[in-house]
Write a protein that binds this ligand. Sequence first.
Ligand code: BEZ
Ligand code: FE
Length: 312
Amino acid sequence: METSFETQQASPGQRLSLIEDEHSVTSIVEAAMANTADPRLRFIMDALVRHLHDFLREVRLSDAEFEFALEFIARLGQATNATHNEVVLAADVLGLSTLVTVMNNSTRDGRTPGALLGPFYRANAPRYACGDCVVQDDAPGLPLLVSGTVRATDGTPLAGALVEIWQASPVGLYDNQDPNQPDRNLRGCFHTDEAGGYHFRTVRPAGYPVPTHGPVGTLLAAQQRHPYRPAHIHFIVAAPGYRTLVTQVFADEQDKLESDVTFGVHRQLVGNLRLHDHGRSPWGDVPAPFCTLQFDFTLEPGQQTFPKPPID
Ligand code: BEZ
Ligand code: FE
């Protein structure tokens, strides 16, 4: 028996919005999202769809490549757990995280550039007095004396500002990655003195690879990229009435600075690292060889906030 379907016919002159070719898809999707109540969400999603559609048309993505890409994204989620976020890592190695950080941290009026918080920030770092040493073990390492001044953009030294630091060891591991390190080794909170100065003693950190066990590692290998970050010290610098600065100061050889797998090395974040092969340290009475690293921070007026630690 024959079944007949009644189709709704467009009245003469009326043209239904239907897909006709690869270009018509974009405007039809945009129209479908046009009633989004939140104007910012509408703006972002509209631009996202437009750019993604243009991208697909530009690279002429095949069905197999599309399937592979979706599987790759699913694998990012599957490789994510309480101590490792592969999605964030993917954003890092594509330069997305650094781009967002650079866009949202103006260097106007001499403000210190921001940098990624990274996955190794932990709460409850030990509190130290200026000049103290953050090394809790006797593992070998080149002594490093770090010092500088915290100022506001108008030049005022900021007394009592918080300077929190964390870093990898001389073998390139954070305390939480290394059963040989005491808990919260190479982490510490300091407060600046009356002149806004801070100084502390540590060991020279090494560069280290980002995790490569997941799909991001596969991508890096396919791109023939090494997975290393150059040696750096993470800083949070905070004072009431000032926008909290989350940043990193780099202390490594020139060639390593240029190939950070996460693209984190802002020109202004390269510290003044010096190796001293004779004499004693300017403070702390450390015999040569030792290194010094000098770095000043400039905070802008704003709100003091504290980042949420990504791990315990
Ligand atoms: C870090 O500096 O701790 C870091 C940043 C991004 C990815 C991996 C590590
Ligand atoms: Fe780091």
